[in-house]
Design a protein around this ligand. Structure first.
Ligand SMILES: Cc1cc2nc3c(=O)[nH]c(=O)nc-3n(C[C@H](O)[C@H](O)[C@H](O)COP(=O)(O)OP(=O)(O)OC[C@H]3O[C@@H](n4cnc5c(N)ncnc54)[C@H](O)[C@@H]3O)c2cc1C
Length: 465
């Protein structure tokens, strides 16, 4: 294949077809979903098992080769593509897509890091359970990537973010050692302890570490009850404050509330144009709230009862059949692809204290207009967590200024520069807006203890000194 010692060693480990050196074949691993982050990889390696991952890492460590772990490559902050990392390889985890048997007693399952969210959900449902993590990239995003970024999505309101679904995991450290206690055959019922207070929580340390501390190869997931009766309602409201008041009422009145998403008229218009969709409601309002309830018995009446008398709701469309629910969800979930179809956006994912959310949207729009007057700003997100996805289209040369102005504003509001997408390569410079100097020093100390050579995902998460 090649006289290159790295290539020869990796080919001997994973098989020649799984070491991609042809630039044409490797290209899709070098650019992110948005098209904003382009890198260059020495090669792409696709191991199939934890021992193979370990041998790949040992080979790279011996030659001082940086490693960029990659799952489904749906991340939105450039963390999974080799941007500005000289000589790095992409370590693709997609072939670790096995699904272990569902443990019927505990409602838990071991899965490979490369299993997609959709595959895990199908697997869980076939066994009478469900997976608490769900978002639009479900068919490509992997469990490893979701845990590595502590992804959130539509059901955080009820089930928490990715880290809340994780009971245990296996990860290969920078020297090739395995952090984890799973036998290779994954048929064990061990590792799913509901309580384990014996020292530092290393599992949770790996969650949200964005590939900088270890390569996650398997995850023990906590499943949630399968709730087959669902109802979705799309509500027309005047503004974000009204949407928040409706949500507060629903949280008090409806125990089955699972999702609460918001978007605005400009985003809706873009989605309709992109996907050729009709108007979802007779009434057009500046803001829309999409809610879903899930239960064992039909929650439609409970939701309708809770909504009745709420003056904020100006119009509503309700669906409880699968096709009708999917049609309503499309107005929210097609936002990312509709925005991408227009151009490469500056994407920011921020959270603010709920009390300031209503004013934050307008403030973000004005701040972007001030530094990028021709930019088109689309905001949408997860209402219960006051998590706003900021998309600035047509920012041109002002992309960095848009990022800077929005993140500073969010920092000043006491918010987070990264609600659920991670820090990646897009935002390390601004980490200090969300973390104190002491916290950043503690993170650096952990990084250098576990990866003294700095080979795992350099340039991601931690700012340069
Ligand atoms: C249409 C669309 C909608 C989305 N909606 C949401 C949403 O609602 N909520 C949300 O949170 N995110 C959302 N995302 C972002 C993205 O899907 C998530 O961040 C997802 O978790 C990334 O998973 P992945 O497998 O694609 O990871 P990648 O993009 O491949 O990688 C992401 C990061 O994790 C690291 N990584 C990947 N696998 C591993 C591993 N096995 N071990 C160690 N590190 C690893 C990478 O190095 C990188 O830093 C959306 C993306 C798209 C395209």
């Amino acid at each position: 294949m090649s006289g290159d010692p790295l290539i020869a060693r990796l080919a001997a480990t994973v098989g020649e077809p799984h070491v991609l050196i042809d630039p044409g074949i490797a290209a899709s691993y070098e650019v992110d979903w948005t098209g904003r982050w382009h890198g260059s990889a020495r090669l792409v390696v696709r191991p199939e098992s934890t021992p193979e991952v370990s041998r790949v890492v040992v080979a790279c460590a011996a030659l001082g080769v940086p490693i960029v772990p990659q799952g489904g490559n749906t991340g939105l902050v450039g963390g999974g593509v080799p941007v500005g990392v000289d000589g790095a390889i992409v370590l693709s985890l997609r072939r670790l897509s096995w699904l272990g048997p569902v443990d019927a007693v505990s409602g838990q399952v071991w899965v490979g890091a490369g299993a997609t969210l959709a595959a895990v959900a199908r697997h869980a449902r076939a066994a009478g359970w469900d997976f608490g993590l769900d978002f639009a990239a479900r068919d490509s995003a992997t469990v490893g990537g979701a845990v590595a970024t502590d992804a959130g999505g539509a059901r955080v309101l009820r089930y928490g973010t990715a880290r809340a679904q994780v009971l245990s995991l296996d990860a290969v450290l920078a020297d090739g050692r395995l952090l984890g206690r799973t036998p290779a055959n994954a048929s064990t019922e061990l590792g799913g302890l509901m309580k384990d207070g014996a020292g530092y929580d290393l599992v949770q340390l790996l969650a949200g570490s964005e590939g900088t501390l270890g390569v996650i190869t398997a995850v023990r997931l906590r499943l949630v009850p399968l709730l087959p009766a669902r109802v979705v309602a799309l509500l027309a409201v005047q503004d974000t404050a009204a949407a928040q008041r409706v949500l507060a009422a629903l949280r008090q009145r409806v125990g089955s509330l699972t999702a609460a998403e918001f978007f605005h008229a400009d985003g809706l218009a873009l989605v309709r144009e992109h996907a050729g969709l009709p108007a979802p409601l007779h009434t057009e309002t500046p803001t829309y709230l999409l809610v879903e309830c899930a239960s064992r018995s039909d929650p439609t009446d409970a939701l309708a009862g809770a909504l009745s008398g709420l003056a904020e709701v100006q119009d509503v469309a309700v669906a409880s059949d699968p096709a009708g629910r999917a049609a309503l969800w499309r107005y929210r979930e097609a936002h990312a692809e509709a925005i991408n179809a227009v151009g490469v956006p500056v994407k920011l994912d921020v959270a603010v204290p709920p009390a300031v959310l209503a004013g934050a949207g307008e403030a973000i729009r004005s701040a972007i207009s001030a530094v990028a007057p021709s930019a088109r700003t689309i905001l949408f997100g997860h209402l219960a967590e006051a998590n706003v996805h900021v998309n600035a289209l047509g920012a041109g040369d002002a992309a960095e200024a848009v990022t800077d102005t929005v993140l500073r504003m969010v920092g000043a509001l006491g918010g987070s520069i990264s609600a659920e997408h991670g820090v990646g390569r897009a935002k390390p410079r601004w980490l200090r807006l969300s973390r104190t100097p002491v916290e950043i020093e503690a993170m650096r100390a952990i990084k250098s203890a576990l990866d003294p050579g700095g080979l795992l995902n350099p340039g991601v998460l931690l700012p340069p000194r």
